[in-house]
Design a protein around this ligand. Structure first.
Ligand code: ADP
Ligand code: MG
Length: 350
């Protein structure tokens, strides 16, 4: 019995994780292996619940075991996920955030907040624990875009509780001001306002903290990158040349700050702005192209009505494009994290 178990384990250790290029046993992704009659039952712990590779794992496990390990004719695979922890986070924040992902753009209006909200919701729908910070302190849009325009955070034990929509925990300075009392913050105050959105809020355990940054290469990205270890940044651009050259500056800035560029998202692709500029930029800079979101009126309506397109119309082309983007981005986050010496891999946590 236990010999059979060992044979199955040995067979599984020939299954290679396609993006990390290591076998799933030494990555400690295989748990709770048991044999019942001719069935091998085990759990595969993925590095993200939004993993696009489940089918690939399933197929590779079958190929490795069925017909190779005598006595096993069936597999009963269960799935679980543990997002790796960025080690630099520990001690810096008193809440266990596993990763911080910034969403940035070279200029305003390209759809950064739209990408941040839909990405957050899509990850939450894949059952990741997701927080969303409105880093656009002076021009907070997220309350409206997430349907929380009249939200006010409760304070419990001296900390603000984040508001929640579509499974995502959200904090924005928009919850703390009223339209007739706009925020006037500069320099150091801006800096501390961004910090406080992390530290003065009771976030609880999070797999992904997504930060919607203000546009451009101003103070905010700099101050964020200096205050917190950023796991990576996603750069959003429109397809046309003028937007792409702004995005290029943004990529260069984050590279200078040593923040890994997770990749580029091309938003509003279609007849109006054209298509392909984001992908070209990614190729030229040698960074991944994460996906293309079409220009669709429904996307804007979703934002205006506080119902992101991934929930309002998940089967529309843009809805599907955002789901795909979430998977691609989550996989890319796993790769960047597990390649970093600063990350606590699966085998130490949980
Ligand atoms: N793919 C898209 N199709 C149609 N409208 C979009 C799309 N992406 C964003 N928008 C709209 O464009 C405007 C600017 O987007 P927003 O996300 O607020 O940009 P940013 O945060 O970069 O300033 C918003 O009205 C938004 O609803
Ligand atoms: Mg915005």
């Amino acid at each position: 019995m236990s010999e059979l178990r060992e044979q199955v384990m040995a067979a599984l250790s020939t299954v290679i994780e396609p993006e990390l290029h290591r076998d799933i046993v030494s990555l400690n992704m295989v748990r709770d292996l048991s044999i019942e009659g001719t069935t091998a039952r085990f759990t595969i712990v993925l590095t993200t619940p939004a993993c696009p590779l489940k089918n690939v794992f399933q197929e590779r496990c079958h190929q490795a075991i069925i017909g190779k390990v005598p006595g096993i004719t069936h597999l009963d695979i269960h799935w679980d996920a543990q997002v790796p922890t960025d080690r630099r986070m520990i001690g810096r924040l008193d809440v266990p955030m596993r990763s911080i992902i910034a969403v940035a753009s070279g200029k305003g209006g390209v759809g950064k907040s739209t990408v941040a909200t839909n990405l957050a919701v899509a990850l939450a729908e894949a059952s990741a624990r997701v927080g969303l910070i409105d880093g656009d302190i002076l021009n907070p849009n997220l309350p409206t875009m997430m349907g929380l325009a009249h939200g006010h955070p409760k304070v419990v034990d001296g900390k603000m509780m984040p508001l929640e929509a579509y499974g995502v925990k959200i904090m924005s300075t928009g919850f703390l001001t009223s339209p007739d009392k706009p925020m006037i913050l500069r320099g150091p105050m801006l800096h501390s306002a961004i910090r406080q959105l992390f530290t003065d809020v009771n976030w609880g355990d999070l797999d992904y903290m997504i930060v919607d940054l203000p546009p451009g290469t101003g103070d905010a990205p700099l101050s964020l990158a200096q205050s917190f270890p950023l796991t990576g940044v996603i750069i959003v651009t429109q397809p046309q040349d003028v937007a792409v050259s702004d995005a290029l500056r943004s990529v260069a800035m984050f590279e200078t700050l040593n923040v890994p560029v997770l990749g580029i998202v091309e938003n509003m692709a279609g007849e109006f702005f054209g298509e392909g500029g984001g992908e070209r930029l990614a190729q030229e800079r040698g960074v991944p192209f994460l996906g293309r979101i079409p220009l669709e009126a429904e996307v804007r309506k979703g934002g205006d009505l506080g119902r992101p397109i991934v929930v309002a119309a998940p089967d529309s082309p843009a809805g599907r494009a955002f789901q795909q983007l979430a998977q691609t981005t989550a996989a890319r986050i796993s790769v960047v994290m597990l390649q970093s010496a600063d990350v606590i891999p699966l085998n130490i946590i949980g």
